[in-house]
Every structure is written in C-alpha cells, then in structure tokens.
Ligand binder design. Structure first.
Ligand code: GDP
Ligand code: GDP
Length: 455
C-alpha cells in the first residue's frame, strides 16, 4: 500500500534494514595514534546510524553500524578508550581481549611509517591464539611511493598487509573487501542461537558496588554448573545460576571475579569489561552502591546499557547500610540523575544479607518481556492517529510536519520507524516516546525511534 509520499518499496527497504538479524561485529584495534579513529570514520562515511539526541549518548558509544558493498556490520571503535594511565602495552592488550571476546573479525591497524613494534607483535600473538580472522591495515600509506613500507609488515605473520591511507581514503575500498571476506554473514554469538535457552544477564556496575558479592550470594546457594566452554580465555566466562526455578546465564562472570589491580587503570579496564558483557547479554542488571552518591561513572554505565539496547534493571545494593538521612539524599539523587531511565524496574537489595534478592527475578522477567514485546501495526497507527490529532507538531516556518504512518520494525529492544511529512523536532520525538510508554508500557526496555522524512 502506498502511504502519502512514500513508495511501497521504500517502506519495504526501510523495514528490511531495520528488521534484519543481528549483525557481525568488526573490531578495530592497534596502538594509539596509528589512525584507528580516522579509519573508523572513513568506514562509516556518512552512513553512520541515526544520531540520537539523548544527552550523553554519542559520547559513550563504541559500536556503530556500517555498510560496505551492500553488507551491513557493526564496527567497534576502541580508539577513544586509550588512557595514558594504563600504559600502551596494557591498553592495547585490553583492546585485543575485548575484540577477541566480542568481535567476529578484527582489523589490526599498524602505522606503516613506523613499522612493526613490540606492541604490534604482542597483539598479533593474542589475536592468533584466539583464532579470530585478522585483516592487517598498513595505515598512513598516503602515496604509491610508500607502499614498500607496507610490504615490510608481512613479517607480522598475519597475512597480506593492505596499504591504506585512512586520512585520504586511499586503499580503504580494497581493505574493506578483505574485511567482508573475513566477516561471517551472521555473528558467532547471536541471540538467535539461544532462544529458549537460559537468559543472558550482564551484571554490571562500577568497581566495589557489590557485583561479586551478589554473584556469590545467588550462586552459592544454587549454583548449577560452571560453563567452561563458552570462552576463549582461560577462565570460565559465564556462569549458569538457578534462580526461581529457572536457569540464568550470568555473562562474563570471569570479568567480575577476576579482580584487576591496575594502578589507576582499573576504571578503564572495567569499562571495557562492561562493554564486552553488554555485547553478549540480553538484559543488564546495573548495581548502584547506595552508600555513595550516584556518580558520573554510574550514569555512564547505565547509558552504555541503554545504548547497547539491552533490557535494564537497576539494583540499589548495600541497602542494609541505609539510614534515614542517606535515604533522603539517595531518592533525590535518583530523581536528578536517573530520570532518563525512570522506566527501568528498581530493586533495593543487599548482597550481604540477601534482602529482597527474590525481587530480582520478577524485575528481570518484566524487563525482558518488554524488550521482546511487539505492538501490532494497526494498534500503533490508531494510537499515532489520535496523538497527531490531539497533539500536533508545532508549526515551523509555515509548515507543520506530520507523522503519517508508523510501524514497529523490530524487537529486542522495540524499534519503531515513523514516516513523517517533515523533520520532527527532538522535543516532539521525546514526547512521542513518552506517550508510547504511557500507552504500551515497555517497563524495563529502551525503545528506539527513527524517523523517515519524505524528501
Ligand atoms: P588512533 O589513536 O589510532 O585512533 O589514531 P587517530 O585516528 O586519532 O590518528 C592519529 C593521527 O594520525 C592523527 O593526527 C591523524 O590525522 C593521523 N592519521 C591517521 N590516518 C592517517 C593517514 O592515513 N595518513 C597520515 N599521514 N596521517 C594519518
Ligand atoms: P565488586 O567490585 O562490584 O565485585 O564489589 P564486591 O562484591 O567486591 O564488594 C565490594 C565491597 O562491598 C566488599 O567489601 C563487600 O563486602 C561490600 N558489599 C557488597 N555488597 C554489600 C551489601 O549488600 N552490604 C554491605 N554492607 N556491603 C556490601
């Protein structure tokens, strides 16, 4: 059917793009300053996924959607994560570990004008041990006379070096062809494989909020089995835990149990871990330590979970320590800092005493149910029709953009595509999202809204 101004195949195309399965993941790793970020920008071109206008969203984002030769994949940019505190060697090792755990293929970027360094060799060793396909990018080959520099990089032992100038775009097409060859059609770890299997939960939160205490508390009593097969690293990566007669897979518990004592670098390492765990999980349980003021680090972690599109539960831990005064301030902090995620179920727990741990399961179930819910197109358009009639978009420059039609293009989390006759202002889109939540619930799940405007 043709909606005002939209060709049927245009709508079809949009839906196909929005509803296709999970995408394979490409990680870009390498030493600082070799040109990773430049390369990622080059790969994304202007095809970067719709930029959301929620505050703080883009800043913390590490995964982008890209397309080359008609194939879509995700690109993980590790460039923004480097921090001097960790030292180059450790920082690159952490990137590699992240890539090994989450990516389907890796682009290793080396600065051809510098040649092979010890750090490059070390990361190659890690990558090869994990058996991930590696595409070697010999960057900063800005002209043909520099291609000899690139040839030296055969010595790394990961195959053909692809001479590239990320800055000018030279050679990136050939390199991307090689990337597509290395990337599987579908990601190795997809939600698809695990339908009907245990739910995957990422237990996340800044250091010392009580993640390992909570894990011990729930696992000690009812631990079923430690699953040693899932990981590529030496520790068991996930743990299966029985809660309320159901098995749950807590992902990346190795990362929780293995305490890292890197001077000053712990936060950085923790944020890599968080991103890796989220990548594998369906739902996130974010722990907040009520003994301390809610911090930027807490809100960053919540933003990462929302950005990753995971179901979300917020657990306020160490409730056993709470006195009247702290409680008063805590509630105010929640109101100020966490209004954005008012939709997330909240549990007040104590990993130490076991208080209210039984509330965790219903909260996770509610969030996951919303995460997978679907609004039939008819109902959605009935709702949108009423909304547009009762709360039209403000007139701008003599024009009044109108939502013409909408559909839920996907689930996990719910994704909506609205077709409109003009640009919808951010405030109006937020209003639509709010009203969608009021109407259809979505407790515990982020919802994604994209708008297609008739040109
Ligand atoms: P990252 O730290 O690995 O993400 O590196 P950046 O992408 O931030 O790049 C580091 C520096 O190298 C910047 O000054 C870039 O402009 C420069 N650079 C990146 N790619 C190229 C390239 O292909 N040729 C040249 N000449 N410089 C480049
Ligand atoms: P992680 O770094 O997030 O894994 O945090 P841990 O589980 O190691 O906990 C950090 C500290 O907080 C430890 O000293 C725990 O004993 C303490 N802790 C964890 N949960 C609770 C709780 O519910 N109540 C109290 N009072 N202390 C807790």
């Amino acid at each position: 059917a043709q909606e005002e101004g939209f060709e049927a195949d245009e709508i079809e195309g949009e839906l196909a793009a929005a509803t296709s399965g999970p995408l394979p993941v490409l990680a870009v790793v390498g030493r600082p300053n070799v040109g990773k970020s430049t390369l990622v920008n080059r790969i994304l071109g202007r095809r970067e996924a719709v930029v959301e206008d929620r505050p703080g969203v883009t800043r913390d984002r590490v995964t982008y959607e890209a397309e080359w030769a008609g194939r879509r994949f995700k690109v993980v940019d590790t460039g923004g994560w480097e921090q001097d505190v960790l030292g180059i060697q450790a920082s690159v090792a952490a990137q590699a570990e992240f890539a090994i755990e989450t990516a389907d293929a890796v682009v290793l970027v080396v600065d051809a004008t510098v040649g092979v360094t010890d750090t490059d060799s070390a990361v190659v060793k890690l990558l090869r041990k994990a058996g991930k396909p590696v595409v070697l990018c010999a960057n900063k080959v800005d002209g043909p006379n520099m291609e000899a520099d690139a040839a030296y990089l055969w010595s790394l032992g990961v195959g053909e070096p692809h001479p590239v100038s990320a800055l000018h775009g030279r050679g990136t097409g050939d390199m991307l062809d090689a990337v597509l060859e290395a990337l599987p059609e579908a990601p190795a770890q997809t939600f698809g494989d695990i339908v009907g299997g245990p739910r995957r939960i990422a237990l996340i939160g800044r250091p010392n909020v009580g993640k390992s205490s909570l894990l011990n508390k729930v696992a000690n009593e009812d631990r079923v089995v430690v699953d040693a097969t899932a990981g590529t690293t030496r520790d068991p990566v996930d743990e299966l835990v029985e809660l309320a007669d159901k098995t749950w897979r807590f992902v990346d518990t190795a990362g929780i149990r293995r305490k890292v004592h890197l001077q000053g670098g712990a936060d950085y390492y923790a944020s890599l871990r968080t991103a890796a765990a989220l990548e594998k999980a369906e739902a996130a349980v974010v722990l907040i330590d009520v003994t301390e003021p809610i911090s930027v680090q807490d809100t960053r972690i919540i933003t990462m979970a929302v950005e990753a599109g995971r179901a979300l539960v917020i657990a306020y831990n160490k409730w056993d320590t709470l006195d009247e005064e702290r409680r008063y301030y805590l509630e105010r902090e929640i109101e100020q800092e966490l209004v954005r995620v008012r939709w997330a179920p909240r549990v007040n727990i104590s990993a130490r005493t076991g208080r209210h741990l039984e509330k965790l399961v219903p909260a996770m179930e509610t969030a996951l149910e919303s995460w997978e819910s679907r609004v039939p197109t008819g109902r959605l358009n009935g709702f949108l029709g009423e909304l547009v009639a009762s709360h039209p978009h403000p007139v701008r420059g003599g024009k009044q953009p109108r939502i013409l039609f909408g559909t839920q293009a996907g689930t996990r989390p719910p994704r909506f595509v609205l077709f409109a006759s003009g640009f919808l202002e951010a405030s109006y889109r937020r209003f639509v999202e709010r009203r969608l939540r009021e109407e259809f619930g979505f407790e515990g799940t982020p919802i994604q809204l994209s708008v297609r405007v008739r040109e």
